[in-house]
Design a protein around this ligand. Structure first.
Ligand code: FES
Length: 503
């Protein structure tokens, strides 16, 4: 079964034309996913002139690969955040994620965005060998953070048949592409301009700050906000503080009304996450995610999808045909919250939003709540908690950071290992493999017609060796999550350049 998200199957966002002239504006936003469009929308509402530059089209990056859970239930849990960063940090996280859902609801209402938005309960239930004390601890921590969380004896869905759980009220869900299309229309209605097919290759701080596209076209702005999932303006600092993981998703058709409409998460690591999405008059889609692993450390997506299907069918007897499967990338920060604020390399008037931490919908929206205030030079009570320059060196975080960076160092050992295959003849049509040629590693893609396409396998960020991703048909970098299409064209930062020609 091919890999495709349910969002792209069920809705098409109208394409935007590339930037064809040099522009001057108040704020230039790079990236048209949830973070970029939330920031642009908030600024446009505040009367700013905004220009959005997107290398592909609206929602074509990681935002289009989400499962679109809108939650203030932290997936790393309040008890963990409180232990690592203190009770004040947990309170701000609760306030910020709750505020993000409110922001989305308000935008949906004000702009009349038809995007299947609904408020509903979320349930955290036990999985694996986890005991009830885990729920007790999280209940207390979430309450200390200010959330109205309660404990229930059973989750409401009978088929899921899970025991005790925590109930988080007023969570939400929506169709991400319909929402982004609505935000885009609202931005343009206020005079904002959005350009697709415009890849930015240079960002310079100063006054004005400048964004330069690969075509040479420029946007001069009072501020540039980089919302490219992984920042392309800061090449080192944030990347040493977060690690890329892949997560997997399968969607099944279920008869309407047979699964209770709520968000569900279990407790193991990695955990499962579930929700419904309306499909038509008689069916919903049951969306089930999980089976995460570190990017490019495994290439067994088929097995991950199979495990998700097995897990689902063991619980939901009415789950029908598998209608979609896809995977996405999560950037886990070392201390559980996103990086939203000034570009950490000190470039003047350059800002970033990154480090979704598995909560990309709310973290992206928090950028829209926080950055407009910071751009005006005003203080914000959340600024310190999301500051990209922050250093958190308590307990697990120090160990996590050291482990992730040791793992990056380990990847450079790939230069001296053999290739994945000895001979291009053993590469199946439509797939890629890394081969060794002398001192070089070559990323070889064999297209469906059997033609070979070769690029250097050295990632253009800081030269780790990429690996083939069978499910997504992409070259993925294990170090900081850059991704390239089969022909070497960059899909995801922090790399800016395509894979170089094979030596
Ligand atoms: Fe950093 Fe590839 S993403 S080396």
């Amino acid at each position: 079964m091919r890999t495709h998200s349910i969002w792209h199957d069920t809705f098409t966002v109208p394409e935007r034309a590339p930037l064809g002239e040099d522009l001057t504006t108040d704020v230039c936003v790079i990236g048209a996913g949830i973070a970029g469009l939330s920031v642009a929308y908030a600024l446009a509402r505040a009367g700013k002139r905004v220009v959005v530059l997107e290398k592909e089209q609206i929602g074509s990056g990681e935002s289009g690969r989400t499962t679109a859970h809108l939650a203030n239930a932290l997936d790393d849990r309040y008890v963990t955040l409180e232990k690592a960063r203190g009770p004040e940090s947990a309170k701000i996280a609760a306030e910020a994620h709750s505020g993000a859902i409110d922001f989305i609801e308000e935008a949906v209402t004000t702009e009349k965005i038809d995007c299947d938005f609904a408020r509903l309960d979320g349930f955290l239930f036990l999985g694996g060998d986890d005991g009830p004390e885990l729920l007790d601890d999280e209940l207390e921590a979430a309450r200390r953070a200010g959330l109205n969380v309660s404990r229930v004896d059973r989750v409401p869905d009978r088929e899921l048949n899970a025991g005790p759980a925590l109930r988080f009220p007023r969570q939400g869900r929506f169709h991400i592409l319909k929402y982004l299309a609505g935000l885009a229309a609202a931005i343009e209605a206020r005079g904002g301009r959005i350009f697709g097919g415009t890849r930015v290759e240079k960002i310079e701080g100063g006054f004005p700050a400048m964004a330069t596209a690969t075509t040479g076209r420029t946007v001069a702005a009072d501020d540039v906000v980089v919302c490219t999932n992984s920042p392309i303006s800061d090449m080192v600092v944030t990347h040493t503080k977060m690690a890329p993981y892949r997560t997997f998703v399968v969607a099944f058709a279920v008869p309407k009304g047979t699964v209770v409409d709520a968000l569900y998460w279990d407790t193991p690591d990695p955990y499962h996450y579930l929700r419904l999405q309306p499909l038509d008059d008689t069916r919903d889609a049951l969306i089930v995610g999980g089976e995460d692993h570190k990017t490019a450390h495994e290439d067994d997506a088929g097995e991950r999808f199979r495990c998700l299907e097995e897990w689902t069918r063991a619980r939901f007897t009415l789950a029908g045909e598998r209608i979609a499967q896809w995977s996405g990338q999560v950037l886990e920060t070392n201390d559980y919250l996103a990086y939203i604020g000034k570009n950490p390399d000190g470039a003047e008037h350059v800002w970033i939003a990154t480090g979704d931490s598995g909560m990309g919908m709310t973290h992206g929206t928090i950028a829209g709540l926080l950055l407009p205030t910071l751009l005006e030079g005003r203080a914000h009570p959340w600024a310190k908690e999301f500051d990209p320059k922050r250093v958190t060196l308590h307990g697990r975080e120090l160990g996590t950071m050291a482990k992730e960076n040791a793992d990056v160092a380990l990847q450079f050992g790939d230069y001296v290992t053999p290739g994945q295959v000895d001979d291009v003849a053993s590469i199946p049509a439509g797939q890629g493999r890394v081969i060794r040629r002398g001192a070089h590693k070559i990323a070889v893609y064999k297209d469906e017609a059997g033609r070979l396409h070769e690029r250097s396998a050295a990632c253009t960020h800081v030269k780790c060796i990429v690996d083939w991703n069978t499910a997504e048909k992409s070259w993925d970098c294990p170090c900081h999550g850059s991704r390239f299409d089969p022909y070497g064209k960059v899909l995801n930062g922090p790399a800016i350049d395509d894979l170089h020609p094979a030596p």
